[in-house]
Design a binder for this molecule. Sequence first.
Ligand code: SF4
Length: 289
Amino acid sequence: MSTSLIAMGVAAFLVINLVIGLGALSLLFGTFETLFGKPKITLLRPSKSGNVFAFGFKWSSSKEPAALDTIRLRLFNPFGSPTQVEVSKPFEPKKDSFALEVDMGPGFIELLGAKGFDYATIQIEVVSSKDGVVFQFDMKGPKFKKLVFDANQTVAEYIAKNGLDDKKKSNPPIDIPIRSFIADTVPGKGAQLKLATNPAFAGEFAGAAAGGAPAAAAGPAVENFKIAKVWIEPGCIVCNACEDIYKDVFEVLADTCIIRPNAPLDDGLRMQEAAEACPVEVIKYTVAS
Ligand code: SF4
């Protein structure tokens, strides 16, 4: 066998081994990436122009738990002007992949408009100030500008596409005031207001009447009366107070309260008690003549 044939065989052997080795390495790194969830930042299209920077960020929060709360952009521009710009903005901590837009302030415009931007480097950091975690992405100026200006996916689209939870936006919390009753619950009757018109507390107001209190506070002297009509005006906050007091008349549904069909209208004192208990005063009635 000639020397050249041997040399060719050795070269072919080395090339084959090199190809196999590169393939194995590529597979290995691909597996690592799948296992550990490589952090990824996506630049998004903001809802308005100017200082607003929109982005989506995904990382393996189970492998690397952190409450991310700051976005930071740095421009390193040694051949241009200004030579360095840094802008950052805190946001509500995020413990899982998220997307949002933030107003970075006038520094963001200064950063984008820097002279010599094509030779600059941009560093994007997604930071957890509490946990000391920093995810850093470096890129050349032209690439950053292209990502900013070519972004066509909105924050909402990114959230929908990636199945990210955005309950806070779709269901803003409703501020329902807590109603405190001024009397203890009467056994078997539920919560009640301690009113002179409520027969359950009639005795407690008798003394006050003797001391010159208004006639309405006279307890036993107050006569019951009939109702001509009762209705609920808009604004019910479904606190259940009326139904607790007068279940035969009021029915509290998921988002409002209604008057039951054929509701009794002969206990005006109890109706008055329910109306006075309503924290938003939407129970209205007229007294039968
Ligand atoms: S009508 Fe008034 S008392 Fe009744 S549930 Fe609505 S807010 Fe509460």
